[in-house]
Design a protein around this ligand. Structure first.
Ligand code: TXA
Ligand code: MG
Length: 327
């Protein structure tokens, strides 16, 4: 079983050396826990695909300590500079043209690489002492719910990896926003995430093309991991565009779990769950994956979830819920 290590100086030294020599370590970030390997070591990165049972055509994000560290392995541009100044370190990933220093297994043979600099203090302490970038997808088995606690990683990958670095619950609870900057004059959003698109648009002073379920195939051609089924509990999940009525809640039976955006006015029963008291999007996002896991483990026959408002972080929340509901 994997050992969960506290982020002491001594443990961080051990983990850096373990990573340098080609080992896998699950690490906390401000979005979700990642499964990290030395991004310059193709054999180490191959172990990530094996542990997650992830198809080899789904490329990995490379994590760096600073914007300056990108120089060694991708081509930066004016748009990446503006966005890094505004939002790095933080939950924003750039897709940029790659250099040959990054092994092709990391980028699934694409000529671009996805890069981000996380702001989780434990992750920063770890990576600031590494002289290599860390390739890290979310630390969940392929297509299952992403992990936002060390215990989630332990439950899913505990028998496949040696170390999990403890960093507490993830602040944002949904993955980074991904922006395609290969053509700096035409940036595109590839994945909604923890950094609201509106903030990226303000920084670049223009509206950006956004993903919609209809554009899925176009997005998959650029970002092969954007599959319609993802973040999926084993329990079938049905997504409701409108609020579930109190009457439906009161009449519901205990085999159906309700996952509401906010606490209902009066309906109370063991099968009625909510993601926030008052509908605050930050709270909904940070509790989403943990709550989905809890409901999945509770052996309901189905889960009925409500959509969040379609703006800001709500876009990322609804994207995850839609994919989780895909059958
Ligand atoms: O918040 C996050 O981004 C987390 C933490 C651990 O940093 N990581 C994460 O990685 O969500 P992952 O592997 O679960 O999702 C990465 C997504 C995939 O959909 C993949 O297709 C896309 O990034 N991607 C990676 N490299 C790409 C590239 N060169 N071009 C386009 N999309 C890419
Ligand atoms: Mg993932």
């Amino acid at each position: 079983m994997a050992e969960i290590l506290k982020p002491t100086d001594e443990n961080l030294r051990i983990l850096r050396e373990f990573l340098r020599l080609g080992g896998l370590v699950a690490v906390p970030t401000e979005t979700v826990y990642g499964l990290a390997a030395n991004a310059l070591d193709a054999d180490a990165c191959a172990k990530i695909f094996e542990a997650k049972k992830r198809p080899s055509n789904d490329p990995l994000i490379c994590h760096v300590a600073s914007y300056e560290a990108l120089e060694a392995f991708c081509e930066t541009n004016e748009a990446s500079k503006i966005l890094a100044e505004a939002f790095w370190p933080g939950p924003l990933t750039f897709v940029l043209p790659k250099k040959d220093t990054i092994p092709s297994i990391v980028t699934a043979d694409l000529d671009s690489v996805a890069v981000r600099s996380p702001n989780h203090p434990v992750f920063r302490q770890l990576i600031e002492g590494c002289d290599f970038p860390l390739a890290a997808p979310s630390a969940n088995p392929f297509a299952y719910i992403s992990p936002t606690r060390a215990s989630h990683v332990e439950a899913n990958l505990g028998d496949r990896i040696e170390y999990i670095l403890e960093g507490g619950p993830c602040e944002y609870g949904v993955e980074s926003t991904i922006v395609d900057l290969r053509d700096p004059t035409n940036p595109k959003i590839l994945r909604y995430g923890a950094l609201p698109v509106e903030k990226i648009e303000n920084a670049l002073k223009k509206r950006l093309p956004r993903p919609t379920p209809k554009l899925d195939q176009e997005i998959i051609a650029i970002a092969p991991g954007s599959l319609p089924k993802h973040y999926s509990p084993r329990t079938p999940l049905e997504l409701r565009a409108s609020t579930v009525s109190e009457r439906e809640l009161i009449e519901s039976d205990q085999t159906t779990a309700y996952l509401l955006i906010r606490k209902p006015k009066s309906a109370r029963a063991a099968n009625i769950h909510w993601l926030s008291e008052k509908g605050k999007l930050e709270t909904i996002a940070s509790s989403l994956f943990a709550k989905l896991r809890e409901l999945d483990d509770a052996e309901y026959q189905r889960i009925i979830a409500e959509e969040a408002p379609e703006l800001g972080l709500g876009l990322a929340i609804n994207d995850r819920l839609r994919r989780a509901s895909f059958r």
